[in-house]
Write a protein that binds this ligand. Structure first.
Ligand code: ZN
Length: 340
């Protein structure tokens, strides 16, 4: 198999809403008011508060206290090139900051201007967003900056009277993760075959099963398969399973009508290609046993950039979908014992 290392770059993005629970609801509700709090438990103040004492696993309770807004830096890492996801655009530090009135450190940004300005023991102070821009999230604190006056924070350590019902109980967040997948030799072979308009698999010399997509192993016999086991497989098969998906309109969802995603057992093979699209028939007319054939994207338009090491059998942007051949349906007994 080819030994070229090919990198696929993926960007995983999704918005999500999380529930906070009573302790973090109290913390973020206070934060939206411009007050950082901790919880007194086991003879010390943990800030930000935790629901459980990390040393004893005991319930931390609700003895909330005011901490900060000033604190002391104990350690940091410098970020010389912020990404588009960082909330400040100039170089900054992620630092452990023990807020006045607290016994544990929290992690936040320190905007000190330059790396040389950072030192252990430096006094910093929280700067908050304007009150009408706060949403009860950790970035309601824009950053910590060197404290103009290193004197202790006024009011730190005093009790914080939390409302019976915190006003903020959920939080909207957004995941944006870029990662690089070093494409395996077997996946690279699959990509090359798709670009050439053909499908390949590997036939196990022990159990004689043919897996679609060269995955480099037989998962039944736990043996390695190599280029000597590669076989051409047909681009025709039978639908063995399907799911009809009613699209929820989350960001990035392009489908608006219910659609089917099918597992297809290619003729003469033992492992299905999963998550395949069916063309030209409504989702409610898809059925198991249907014979289908691949519809290939024109050669010049084929693209394998979306194929990674996970999900054997993805057609990438090389197979636009599968079309019913019109043959009579396959009897059920002929497509049992298939595998993923
Ligand atoms: Zn085998």
């Amino acid at each position: 198999m080819p030994d070229v290392v090919h990198e696929s770059v993926f960007n995983l993005q999704f918005p999500f809403t999380r529930t906070l629970g009573s302790t973090l609801s109290t913390f973020f509700s206070a934060l939206a008011q411009g007050q950082i709090i901790g919880v007194r438990t086991g003879g010390r103040v943990i800030a930000p508060p935790l629901e459980y004492d990390p040393d004893t696993a005991a319930d931390s309770g609700t003895d909330y206290v005011k901490v900060g807004p000033k604190g002391t830096v104990s350690a940091w890492t410098w970020v010389p090139e912020p990404t588009h996801l960082h909330t400040i655009k100039n170089p900054f530090a992620f630092a452990f900051i023990t807020l006045d009135g607290a016994d544990t450190a929290m992690i936040h940004l320190v905007d000190a201007g330059s790396e040389s300005a950072m030192k252990p023991g430096m006094r910093v102070e929280a700067t908050f967003k304007p009150v009408d821009e706060r949403v009860g999230r950790i970035d309601d604190i824009l950053a910590f900056v060197p404290a103009a006056d290193p004197a202790p924070s006024a009011g730190a350590g005093e009790s914080w009277d939390a409302p019976a019902e915190p006003e903020i109980s959920t939080q909207d967040s957004y995941c944006d993760l870029v990662y690089v997948d070093n494409t395996s030799a077997s996946t690279l072979l699959w990509m090359e075959s798709l670009l050439a308009g053909k499908l390949v698999g590997q036939k196990c010399p022990v159990c004689s099963r043919t897996f679609v997509g060269p995955r480099g192993m037989c998962c039944v016999d736990a043996i390695e398969l190599d280029e000597t086991n590669v076989v051409d497989v047909p681009d025709r098969g039978v639908i063995t399973n399907f799911t009809v998906i009613t699209p929820v309109q989350y960001p990035g969802q392009l489908e608006t009508e219910p659609f089917a995603r099918c597992s297809i057992l290619l003729d003469g093979t033992d492992a299905v290609m999963a998550q395949q699209s069916i063309l030209d028939i409504p989702a409610d007319q898809v059925r198991v046993g249907m014979h289908v054939a691949a519809v290939w994207v024109p050669e010049a338009e084929r693209d394998v950039s979306e194929i990674g090491n996970r999900g054997w059998g993805s057609g990438g942007d090389c197979i636009s979908g599968w079309r019913h051949t019109g043959q009579p349906d396959e009897p059920e007994e002929n497509y049992l014992e298939r595998m993923m």
